[in-house]
Ligand binder design. Structure first.
Ligand code: ADP
Length: 175
């Protein structure tokens, strides 16, 4: 059974098979984690993204990682929270994780890291976003070697510790 980990950090620094990008539907870059990933990957990432024709909410597309330590980037588009009912938003957010993992599986990728999709400018409540992320990851843990949820802020890392303490990994608790 694969491992689920929750860490605090910058997803652009992770050396894994794929990192997931919380992109917007144009796939042409944006702020937040999307901007950070494009800056770290370099302009070739944007060039490849231009060939993809955008991406619908809840779906996912894959590119190479270019200058990132990660080999691939899986771009998924989370729901803008206030554009949907809570039930619909949760279904779309869950689809982001499901479809990203489906692409990873098809490519034979084994170690995948996710940011907290939709929980930045897209306004998804952080604890709820963590719950959806971890529940979906748990459903697929056995198909992968390691699934990591990368939290950027102290606040969301605190929530995750309260909700899913068993998966928390800190520099002193690893290895
Ligand atoms: P969205 O538009 O899907 O809400 P954001 O990029 O605004 O996407 O935020 C998604 C999450 O990614 C937020 O929790 C934000 O704090 C986090 N984030 C921003 N930069 C990074 C980074 N370099 N590594 C990991 N997470 C990040």
């Amino acid at each position: 059974m694969g491992k689920i980990k929750i860490i605090k950090g910058d997803i652009t620094k992770l050396r894994c098979d794929a990192i997931v990008n919380a992109a917007n539907s144009s796939l042409l870059g944006g702020g937040g984690v999307d901007g950070a990933i494009h800056r770290a990957a370099g302009p070739e990432l944007l060039a490849e993204c231009r060939t993809l024709g955008g991406c619908c909410t809840g779906e996912a597309k894959i590119t190479k990682g270019y200058n990132l330590p990660a080999r691939f980037v899986i771009h998924t588009v989370g729901p803008i929270y206030y554009e949907h009912s809570a039930v619909e938003a949760e279904a779309l957010l869950s689809a982001c994780y499901e479809n990203s993992l489906k692409l990873a599986r098809e490519k034979g990728l084994k170690t995948i890291a996710f940011p907290l999709i939709s929980a930045g400018v897209y306004g998804y409540p952080q604890s709820e976003a963590i719950r959806v992320a971890v529940e979906t990851m748990k459903g697929h843990a056995e198909e992968f070697d390691e699934l990591t949820l990368v939290l950027f802020g102290e606040r969301e890392f605190g929530f995750a510790g309260e909700m899913f303490g068993e998966f928390i990994s800190t520099p002193s608790s690893t290895r």
